[in-house]
Design a protein around this ligand. Sequence first.
Ligand code: SAH
Ligand code: SF4
Length: 382
Amino acid sequence: MTTSTVKTNLLGLTQQEMEKFFDSIGEKRFRAGQVMKWIHHFGVDDFDAMTNVSKALRDKLKVIAEVRGPEVVSEDISTDGTRKWVVRVASGSCVETVYIPQGKRGTLCVSSQAGCALDCSFCSTGKQGFNSNLTAAEVIGQVWIANKSFGSVPATVDRAITNVVMMGMGEPLLNFDNVVAAMHLMMDDLGYGISKRRVTLSTSGVVPMIDELAKHIDVSLALSLHAPNDALRNQLVPINKKYPLKMLLESCQRYMSSLGEKRVLTIEYTLLKDINDKVEHAVEMVELLKNIPCKINLIPFNPFPHSGYERPSNNAIRRFQDQLHQAGFNVTVRTTRGEDIDAACGQLVGQVLDRTRRSERYIAVRELSADSDLAQNAANTN
Ligand code: SAH
Ligand code: SF4
């Protein structure tokens, strides 16, 4: 009688899990480090290429294990150097990963879920509803794929991944274990060796999981605020009805003080024309955040069809920024990048769109953000 075994995917295993795996098959623990380096440093998925591993062990691994990243459906490169990958995950859905080069910094924006259940009113991912959680291998697999596309390690400085932000599709705190495991791999020297300050998790505010996060990891935290009061935030970010602002900001402060060093919370605020972009909103925000060490990142709304929202004028954006700045806050306006390949924040849709819809969207984006001088001046804080 033959039994078919499901192969263990080694891509998403943390060092601890990898050591356990080698233990469980009667092999020495130090194999974990060897194999992890092949996988993450050199992008190898073929056991035969792991030349410092004995032939016998390689043959054994081929039978019981695999190194499997998500399938790359497409890779686009924008005229501004931004890259976008569409990858297919096990559930059959597609998610997107975006690489944004900026001087010496290279930021990879990684997805955590296919779709999102939280339904923020201005987010195209939210509009698709929730499809599935990504596995740890699918989350770290996005870093693996991007890293491989830049050639072998060490990548040249202008193409290296120096920062990772969990700001792609999905709410990372609702796929907690897999996202935490993948973030450990991002920071581990046997993984990608990225500093904890340069790995950022962005959340719309799942309060109990922010508290849980502090027990597991010490990455940087970004909060998607988008409104300075509960009435407005309830409309824009529905999870606010469950975890209102006071509760939310307290949990963020607890998280920040759990970090062993002084770091500031990033506040993300998507500016929506005539909705949350008035001076009175900025004034309210100053009051709300006055005792919280933070930097504020304003994100001019990136339009998508039938969103019902518009991007504010550059004057309105500048006015809002000035108001916060005058109150002493560190405020930046996020540069819109990769527009020509639909890679901007909130435009990540994931499914493979047909060409007609893509070009319609391309035109809409171009028209609405034609006045992009602001983008030239702004610096991204992440
Ligand atoms: N779910 C997480 C992380 C992914 S969204 C979160 O909400 O924080 C990353 C950021 O892009 C969030 O701040 C989100 O609110 C913002 N965003 C979503 N749609 C947008 C849009 N259409 N234009 C600009 N920013 C948007
Ligand atoms: Fe989900 Fe974030 Fe989009 Fe809200 S903004 S729907 S939490 S991905």
